[in-house]
Ligand binder design. Sequence first.
Ligand code: GLP
Length: 254
Amino acid sequence: MKVIVAKNYEELSDIAAKQIVELVSEKPQAILGLATGSTPEGMYKRLVELYNENKVDFSKTKSFNLDEYKGLKGEHPQSYRYFMNTKLFDHINIDKANTYVPNGTAENIEEECLAYDERITAAGGIDLQVLGIGNNGHIGFNEPSDFLYMGTHLTDLTEDTINANSRFFDSKDEVPTQAITMGLGGIMKAKRILLLASGEKKAPIIAKLVEGKISTKIPASILQVHSDVVVIVNEAAASLLKKNSIRNIESISL
Ligand code: GLP
């Protein structure tokens, strides 16, 4: 696991966006794995800027999002489809037909999950998976548990996650209690993983992710066994890391 400490959120967002631009420039038909949450918002904003400066062309790119709330239609302002459209897809030249987000209102959720994984495989697998991290160590909506899932599946959200995500809804009662998420297998199959975390609140979980034991109680800790993970954090999120876990950005060939 490589850890890059950015000076601040802007730099973190810039480094992450440039990773995507570099990949798409080298491989225009790249398959991106995308994430929602407040952390990658700056990266999406930066990507839109770089697109407007003609630095990148997404016309051949496909994307698969990690997760979606069960029961929310794509037009719902808190759905992850809506998030992706408004923060990124509406502002770049990606073909929306090539952007996939699990369908939270699918009649047959099991079929939707199987079809989602098949679509990723048929597309050739994810080249670069962007991840945020929940305070409890979840990635996508893979919550701490005795078991983890390989494939895309329906999951119950923990109280922790419902509380954390209630800030986006008018009241806690409106937060869906279930979601469809890619599983750990799907995430781990990505060729490269970029995990982003910002702010002091994320410092304890970042220390566990990088320096702690691998446990299903910290789903993100499984990433320690992936051969190409880059963790990009700002100074606040890195504040509980031991010095020797951190590598200087100059010393890393990204
Ligand atoms: C949500 C998403 C995750 C995300 C996490 C952290 O629950 N399902 O994919 O990583 O929140 O969000 P934030 O970046 O807002 O802290």
